[in-house]
Design a protein around this ligand. Structure first.
Ligand code: SF4
Length: 214
């Protein structure tokens, strides 16, 4: 596993979350909004959303229709708008307007699952977590760190067993960046990748190409 860590540290020495936020709840909402869309699109939308509604109270009191008009580019806008309202209300009523370092509380919020809680706990509190999104899952299976048939919980558990705990937080960001910009879903940049020799996906493609040329 050292080979992977060394390579990622070389590629992304200061890997961090690419979602933009200045307040704790803004990160929570941004991660919730990022389901089934890109961080880039979320950043475009939240820039407007958090400027229009600069406090939790403003978000709680905004009309769902007005929020939908802002977040429409993200898809599933109706559910996400309701989640924004519900999360703002829950934070104000149950947590003094603060995002707590409390997984049970976070996972009890509408629209917040295990992965979102992991990202929030990792970024806000430095908790050792590996959130498995589509990029992390793809890179993990290609590198043989997990099986194609594994679900996200199984992938997370395998990654946590294979890598030292003090690397989990940074590794999560590095896996996301590697999947987003290097080991892309289509056309991964294998020619420039230093993990070829240990990559199951690359070996399979190489063997297929070799057979085809015989
Ligand atoms: Fe991804 Fe290709 Fe590198 Fe394998 S060799 S990890 S598929 S970029």
């Amino acid at each position: 596993m050292n080979e992977i860590l060394n390579y990622f540290n070389q590629l992304y020495p200061s890997a961090h979350c690419e979602l933009l936020y200045t307040k704790d709840y803004e990160l929570l909402l941004a991660v919730m909004l990022s389901a089934q869309t890109t961080d880039k699109r979320v950043n475009q939308v939240t820039t407007i959303l958090f400027h229009t509604y600069p406090t939790l109270e403003d978000l709680r009191d905004a009309s769902i229709e007005d929020i939908i008009n802002i977040i429409r580019p993200l898809g599933t806008w109706s559910r996400k708008a309701q989640n924004i309202h519900d999360i703002a209300s829950a934070l104000l009523e149950q947590s003094h307007g603060v995002v707590p370092n409390d997984r049970t509380f976070l996972e009890g919020l509408n629209g917040v699952g295990h992965k979102t809680a992991n990202v929030v706990l990792n970024n806000l509190f430095g908790e050792p977590c590996i959130a498995v999104d589509t990029h992390v899952a793809r890179v993990s299976t290609r590198l043989g760190l997990a099986k194609q048939s594994d679900n996200v919980k199984q992938i997370e558990s395998k990654l946590m067993k294979k890598f030292p705990k003090d690397q989990w937080g940074r590794l999560h960001h590095q896996l996301v960046l590697f999947g987003r910009y290097h080991c892309k879903a289509s056309k991964p940049q294998c020619d420039s990748c230093q993990l070829q020799s240990m990559c199951c996906w690359y070996k399979k493609q190489y063997q297929k190409a070799k057979k085809a040329s015989c």
